[in-house]
Design a protein around this ligand. Structure first.
Ligand SMILES: *[C@@H]1O[C@H](CO)[C@@H](O)[C@H](O)[C@H]1NC(C)=O
Ligand SMILES: *[C@@H]1O[C@H](CO)[C@@H](O)[C@H](O)[C@H]1NC(C)=O
Ligand SMILES: *[C@@H]1O[C@H](CO)[C@@H](O)[C@H](O)[C@H]1NC(C)=O
Ligand SMILES: *[C@@H]1O[C@H](CO)[C@@H](O)[C@H](O)[C@H]1NC(C)=O
Ligand SMILES: *[C@@H]1O[C@H](CO)[C@@H](O)[C@H](O)[C@H]1NC(C)=O
Ligand SMILES: *[C@@H]1O[C@H](CO)[C@@H](O)[C@H](O)[C@H]1NC(C)=O
Length: 383
C-alpha cells in the first residue's frame, strides 16, 4: 500500500503523508460480516439493510449472488463479496457460461450495489474431490476473463476461500507449508493470484483448535486475552493470539512457493455462542470476547507480526444464527444476532457501535480445521 515506500525528508511531509495514508486507508476497513442464509426465519434483505446501517457495518460477504439482497442494498455504501458455490465450478470452466452468469448475476447490480469480489468456490481443497480441485483454477480464470471482457475486472476481484486444512504445517508460523498433495493445484493458483493481484482468502477458526484440545490450548490465547506471548524460534516474532499465528503461517506457506506478493485476508472467522456438551468454549461470554477483542484490533488497524503494516482484513462469521445448518449445535449459533434482530450478546465496545437494534419489527458447513501438530507444539514454546 501507499505510504510505506516513501522516504520523505521533511517532517511536515511525513505528517501529510500519514494523514493521506490514514484517510485513504479508511476505505475497506472496519468489520466485515458474513451474511449466511441457511435458515427459514431470517428478516427480509431490506430489514437487514436497515440493521447493518444501524450498526455501521459496511462490508458484507454472501455465499451466493442473491438478487434480493443485491437489490435491497442498491445505492448503499456497503461493499459486497459474492459467491459462486462449488456446484457451479465445472460449468464455469466454460467461459461462455461464466460470462452469461456474470451478465445475469453481476452486471445488472454492479452499477448501484458495490460488488467488489467474486469468491469462486468455497474450501474446494477440503472436499477430497480431485475433479472439483481441477476445476477451480480454470473456473477462476474464466470468471476473470469474462469480467475483463465486460470491463469489470478493475472493480470486481476474483478469488476463492480456503480452509486452514490446506496447511500441512502451521507451527511455528515461519514454518507454514501447504499440504504436499495440493502443491500441483496451489502453485498455479498462486501464480494466478499474483498475476491478477488478488488476495488469498482463508477461513480460520481458533475455536476449532480450542474445542479440539481445551486442555492444551489456553483459552486466553485464542480469545486475544493472553498476557504471555509465543515466540517463533526461527523469526523471533512474538504472537499473543492464535489467529495471527495462523495468518502468518499462510504467508509463510505462500512464500515457500515463491510468492511474497500476495495478501492474506480472512474470509471467515468467528466463535459460537452455544454448542453441544462436547464443544468446549462455545458460550456467549467467549463469543463476545473473541469478536469484541477482534473488533478492537481491527479498529487499531493492527497487522500481524510478519506483516505489521498490512491491517488485518476480516469478515466475521456470522450475522445471524442459522437454524437450518446441519452439524453440531455450534454450527447454528455463530450469529451476532438472532433472526428477530436482537443481539445474541454485546460486543461491548464504545456506545453506539453495535447498538441493540429496536425490535419493531445460506452458508455452508465448516469442517473443523484442527491442526494437531501445530497445537501440540504451540504450548511448548510458551515459557
Ligand atoms: C463507522 O465505520 C467507519 C469505518 O468503518 C468509521 O470510520 C466510523 O467511525 C464508524 N462510525 C461509528 C459511529 O462507529
Ligand atoms: C451453466 O451456466 C449457464 C450460464 O449461467 C446456465 O445457463 C446453465 O444452466 C448452467 N448449466 C448447469 C448444468 O448448471
Ligand atoms: C479421500 O479420498 C481418498 C481417495 O479416494 C480416500 O482414500 C480417502 O479415504 C478420502 N479421505 C476422506 C477424508 O474422505
Ligand atoms: C533471534 O534471536 C536470537 C537471540 O537473540 C539471535 O541469536 C538470532 O539471530 C535471532 N534470529 C533472527 C532471525 O532474528
Ligand atoms: C429474540 O430471540 C431470542 C432467541 O429466540 C429470544 O431469546 C429473545 O427474547 C427474542 N427477543 C425479542 C425481543 O423477541
Ligand atoms: C430505538 O428506539 C428508541 C425509542 O423509540 C429511539 O430513541 C432510538 O433512536 C431507536 N434506535 C434505533 C437504532 O432505531
Amino acid at each position: 500500500m501507499m505510504g510505506n515506500s516513501f522516504k520523505s525528508t521533511s517532517c511536515l511531509c511525513k505528517l501529510l503523508l500519514l494523514l493521506l495514508f490514514t484517510l485513504s486507508g479508511t476505505q475497506g476497513v472496519g468489520l466485515g460480516i458474513n451474511y449466511g442464509q441457511i435458515a427459514n426465519n431470517l428478516p427480509s434483505p431490506s430489514q437487514v439493510a436497515v440493521l447493518l446501517k444501524s450498526i455501521n457495518i459496511s462490508r458484507v460477504k454472501l455465499y451466493d449472488a442473491d438478487p434480493d439482497v443485491l437489490s435491497a442494498f442498491a445505492g448503499s455504501e456497503v461493499e459486497f463479496i459474492i459467491g459462486l458455490g462449488n456446484e457451479y465450478l465445472e460449468n464455469m470452466t466454460d467461459q461462455n457460461n461464466a460470462q452469461s452468469w456474470i451478465q445475469q448475476h453481476v452486471q445488472p447490480y454492479v452499477g448501484r450495489t458495490k460488488i467488489i469480489c467474486i469468491v469462486v468456490g468455497n474450501e474446494v481443497f477440503n472436499a477430497n474431490d480431485t475433479r472439483l480441485m481441477g476445476y477451480l483454477l480454470p473456473a477462476m480464470q474464466s470468471v476473470y476473463m469474462s469480467l475483463s471482457n465486460l470491463g469489470l475486472q478493475k472493480q470486481v476481484m476474483v478469488s476463492t476461500a480456503h480452509s486452514l486444512n490446506i496447511l500441512e504445517t502451521s507451527y511455528p508460523p515461519s514454518s507454514g507449508a501447504f499440504r504436499p498433495d495440493l502443491s500441483s493445484y496451489i502453485q498455479p493458483l498462486l501464480n494466478f493470484h499474483s498475476q491478477i493481484s488478488a488476495p488469498f482468502l482463508i477461513n480460520a477458526y481458533p475455536f476449532f483448535a480450542y474445542k479440539g484440545s481445551p486442555g492444551d490450548v489456553p483459552l486466553e490465547y485464542v480469545l486475544f486475552q493472553s498476557k504471555k506471548v509465543m515466540t517463533d524460534p526461527n523469526s523471533n516474532l512474538s504472537y499473543d493470539n492464535m489467529l495471527y499465528a495462523q495468518i502468518d503461517a499462510v504467508y509463510s506457506a505462500i512464500k515457500a512457493m515463491g510468492h511474497a506478493d500476495i495478501e492474506v485476508r480472512i474470509s471467515e472467522t468467528g466463535w459460537p455462542s452455544k454448542g453441544d456438551s462436547d464443544e468446549a468454549g462455545a458460550t456467549p461470554q467467549n463469543a463476545a470476547l473473541y469478536n469484541g477483542n477482534l473488533l478492537k484490533r481491527i479498529e487499531q488497524r493492527q497487522g500481524t507480526p510478519a506483516r505489521p503494516t498490512v491491517p488485518i482484513d476480516i469478515h466475521v462469521f456470522a450475522l445471524f444464527n442459522e437454524n437450518l445448518k446441519p452439524g453440531p449445535t455450534s454450527e447454528r449459533n455463530y450469529g451476532l444476532y438472532y433472526p428477530n434482530r436482537s443481539q445474541v450478546y454485546s460486543i461491548g465496545l464504545q456506545e453506539g457501535h453495535l447498538p441493540q437494534f429496536n425490535v419493531s419489527s445460506r452458508s455452508r458447513m465448516r469442517v473443523p480445521s484442527f491442526i494437531g501438530s501445530m497445537l501440540a507444539a504451540t504450548w511448548l514454546f510458551f515459557s
